[in-house]
Design a binder for this molecule. Structure first.
Ligand SMILES: N[C@@H](CCC(=O)N[C@@H](CS)C(=O)NCC(=O)O)C(=O)O
Length: 218
């Protein structure tokens, strides 16, 4: 498998399938295309039908779109362990992923993912505050529903690591970079995610990149 991605520091969509592959230690090669390159479209042309990353190439198959890639990896290589086993939980996990995939536009545009940003708070607009509030609500509901029988909080949104955690990883990174204030249960979830060895590998690579995209530095 080859995963075509953008700059690790900035490419939030690329992080999702990359984290899934890395978490489950599936072998893959990666090809990075700079999102700031003048010839970005020419570099993408051989791989990316819609001129966006990420794209997964597996033999003769091309899968574009981060969520579709996660679904494919789960079915083809993970025996479906990356979705919850229970059908109701699986439906909830798909719903929160769809909400993430299609929404939170204020958060995404005002607080771009910038993994190596020195963490510091920003003044948030009402639109961003609304997105933050809804994300916290989703995480709290998932974490409280999926804790263990001794009342311990789940480490992941659906108990074990799932596509939902991969889909929300860029938001965890943003909440950290922009020092969004969160309740204790959410803080615990974020710390667990930020400390995942798979995310740490991504972060280290992002910190070693030298390229800066001015529009994503806020
Ligand atoms: N829905 C797509 C969105 C992909 C996307 O917008 N990728 C950005 C990089 S993070 C991109 O390729 N931007 C280049 C461009 O828009 O020209 C997905 O989930 O993969």
């Amino acid at each position: 498998m080859k995963l075509v991605i953008g700059n690790k520091n900035y490419s939030s969509w690329s992080l999702r399938p990359w984290l899934l592959l890395q978490y489950f230690q599936l072998p893959f090669e990666e090809q990075l295309i700079s999102l700031a390159a003048a010839d970005m479209h020419a570099q993408m042309a051989p791989f990316c039908p819609n001129y966006k990353v990420p794209v997964l190439l597996d033999g003769s198959l091309t899968v574009w779109d981060s969520l579709a890639i996660c679904e494919y990896i789960n079915e083809q290589y993970l025996d479906s362990v990356a979705w919850p086993e229970d059908i109701g939980q699986r439906a909830r996990a798909r719903a929160v992923c769809a909400e993430m995939h299609a929404g939170f536009t204020q958060l995404r545009s005002c607080l771009p993912m910038n993994c190596r940003r020195e963490p510091a708070a920003l003044e948030l607009s009402d639109g961003v505050k609304a997105d933050v509030g809804r994300i916290i609500e989703i995480w709290q509901q998932c974490l409280s529903l999926n804790g263990n029988s001794s009342g311990e909080q789940a480490h992941f949104l659906f108990g074990r690591f799932s596509i939902a955690d991969a889909m929300f990883m860029p938001v965890v990174s943003r909440f950290h970079s922009y020092q969004i204030s969160v309740p204790a249960d959410v803080r615990q979830y974020m710390e667990h995610m930020l400390n995942l060895p798979a995310y740490q590998l991504w972060l280290k690579a992002a910190q070693n990149e030298s390229e800066t995209i001015a529009g994503a530095e806020v």
